[in-house]
Design a protein around this ligand. Sequence first.
Ligand SMILES: [Zn+2]
Length: 325
Amino acid sequence: MSPADAAGPADVVVALDVGGTGMKCALVRPDGSTVHTERHATDAGRGPDAVVETILDVAEGLAGKARADGLDPLALGIAVPGVVDEAAGVAVWSANVGFRDVPLRDLAAARLGLPTALGHDVRVGGLAEARLGAGRGTGHVLFVAIGTGIAAAHVVDGVAATGAHGAAGEIGHILVRPGGPRCGCGRDGCLEAVASASAIARRYAEATGGGPTGGGLGGGGLTGTPASAADVADRAAAGEPAAARVWAEAVEALADGLATGQSLYDVEAVVVGGGLAQAGPRLFDPLRAALHERMTFHRRPRLVAAALGDEAGCLGAALLALDAR
Ligand SMILES: [Zn+2]
């Protein structure tokens, strides 16, 4: 019996997706529909203890809101970034929220008195895309989020693999360009050092003189704001050589990384989300062609844009909560 089959009319779960700057929060019905949403600041600069207190307060407030509205909160799901030990319910490590071995699941379960699940933001995002979004109806999905970094979730029959140490899916650290640009992890030539949205913006700035763009195509020049990855995509499409080169190098590197992913996982669908997916056909058309060029005996996966946008993490946290109750 699926969770939806067992649902009562007032059943909801409380879901929180905690990021470095903000928390997306919702009350979600067992069928995946959202009945209430809230956003709160994470304010990570206050330190991990204060962030944990805010998470607990917000979760408790949402459960109270549900009850006040005549709903029955069944469980709580929390998604956080970094390294997450989902089996133990521990936020092991996070650069942007500051967590170090925080037993967040047990803290939340004690505060709210509800069954609680803790998940990794990209893995639960992949879970939501695989079950409710662009991978719906597909048994084997690789979800790849491309933003500041690049991370992935391999979802099989609605379950995202966590890895032995809670660190599965670090596709951004596949070595694609030995001796290439320095990655944040300390190694040269990782995929995300070439093809993340921030790497694309940085490499374009380096290629064009390092600083603000000084009046090229698009809106960046007038304000002196450095070109974003989206600006680079626009300028590449308009034929600007430096942008075209940086964009093409990113696409080729992504194709190398995704081809490695397909060799390992043999999925039916690769679902690409995160900020870079907003580039639409400027990303997907050349990336699909470059990926297919790299397929020899492999079955070609469908390459599709994520469907749930920035709600995916919150919906995935809700799915974890439904699985946990
Ligand atoms: Zn790396």
